[in-house]
Design a protein around this ligand. Structure first.
Ligand code: GDP
Length: 364
């Protein structure tokens, strides 16, 4: 009986639910969510711009909703957030294989930024976890200090198949965070799938975290990522790992010379840091600020943001066309027929593809 009362305590307001449901934590949470009064877009906008983090979280949840009616509302919310003159932000993408120290680094650099009086938003893109709503930040127990800080907002955003492609929700969450006054946006991604390209397309500065001493510093790295990186940071340059880290730094510096110059005019930097010991962290931020100054002066900073907006627009169109094309029943049927012919070697794959495209066009 004692236990029963304890369980009822705190959820008294949830009338009309069975005891079994109340003792089931998930059921209680679901009910609470269901009964939450839906706030209007105007209310959300007001809350977001006045710094209310609950409104910001609810706004991001609205963005992530796949319901058509919610999409209409979230588009309205985004439009409102875009209309205000947001504080000048710096968006930084952070990538690297699991275990390289991304969370520890974000915690460390977050501390540096919080000390400077910045408002920090930490978001994530994880293309591998369409269901778990971004598993990277799912377990953020490691960012213990940052989680507690009042000027920090940490939020995984759902990934998966969206109209805009991988990263759409995170891209839109940035807009909301900036409207809420967050001026330092850190976007984390794991070194797999399309996450990196997606993050690269939404940030001003792209940072690659690496480890030394693995023996394959240069071989084990995808060329594309090196080309995207504005800086490579060799993490865990501490203790007995220091010398190996220095060697890796030299190797990366020489290797970078082999790559074509960056269109920004900025030469990618290679630096050492220890997220654990908090060394090289302030220097890393100083380098990012130097980059922002450099690219703001030569006009690249603004141009990149404009190009990124166009990229997301084109990406959304392509994805929508893709979905419509393959869902069109007549086309679907015709594709099946052509696949059989290709398998039997009766038509070439290219001729078959052209036939499909022609057929689709004529049946519209
Ligand atoms: P993530 O998977 O990339 O987010 O990596 P984590 O931040 O979770 O770090 C993985 C492990 O490496 C943890 O045990 C950290 O304590 C450790 N670690 C992270 N940064 C450093 C560092 O600078 N030096 C050392 N020695 N260990 C670190």
């Amino acid at each position: 009986m004692e236990k029963k009362n304890k369980n009822f305590k705190g959820v008294k307001e949830l009338k009309g639910i069975s005891y079994q449901e109340i003792t089931n934590k998930n059921a209680v949470e679901k009910l609470k969510q269901k009964r939450q009064i839906k706030r209007t877009v105007d209310e959300l906008f007001k809350g977001i711009t006045s710094g209310d983090t609950t409104s910001l979280s609810q706004g991001i949840t609205l963005i992530e909703s796949t319901k058509t009616e919610d999409r209409v509302l979230s588009n309205k919310l985004i439009e409102q957030c875009l209309s205000i003159e947001a504080t000048k932000s710096i968006r930084v993408g952070i990538t690297g294989v699991p275990g390289v120290g991304k969370s520890t680094f974000i915690e460390a650099i977050g501390r540096t930024l919080a000390k400077k009086g910045n408002k920090i938003a930490v978001l994530a893109v994880d293309p591998s976890s369409s269901k778990s709503k971004g598993s990277i930040l799912g377990d953020k127990t490691r960012m213990t200090e940052l989680v507690r800080a009042s000027n920090v907002f940490i939020r995984p955003t759902a990934s998966g198949k969206t109209l805009g492609g991988v990263g759409q929700y995170t891209r839109e969450a940035i807009i909301l965070c900036e409207a809420a006054g967050y001026d330092r946006i850190l976007v984390e991604t794991v070194g797999v799938g399309q996450g990196e390209t997606a993050v690269y397309e939404m940030v001003d500065f792209f940072l690659l975290l690496k480890l030394a001493g693995a023996g394959d510093e240069l071989q084990g790295i995808k060329r594309g990522i090196i080309e995207m990186a504005d800086a490579i940071l060799i993490n865990k340059a501490d203790g007995s790992n220091k010398d190996a880290a220095k060697l890796a730094m030299s190797a990366f510096r020489s290797a970078l010379h082999l790559y074509a110059a960056n269109t920004s005019g900025w030469s990618p930097k290679v630096m050492l840091c220890s997220a654990l010991d908090h060394t090289g962290i302030d220097e890393t931020w100083a380098m990012i600020e130097a980059y922002v100054k450099f690219t703001s002066t030569n006009g690249y900073f603004q141009k990149k943001r404009e190009d990124q907006n166009v990229h997301w627009m084109m990406q959304t169109i392509k994805n929508q066309l893709n979905i419509e094309f393959f869902q069109y029943s007549k086309t679907k049927k015709f594709i099946k027929q052509q696949i059989e012919l290709v398998k039997e070697n009766k038509v070439s794959p290219f001729v078959a593809a052209q036939a499909v495209l022609r057929q689709h066009k004529s049946s519209l």
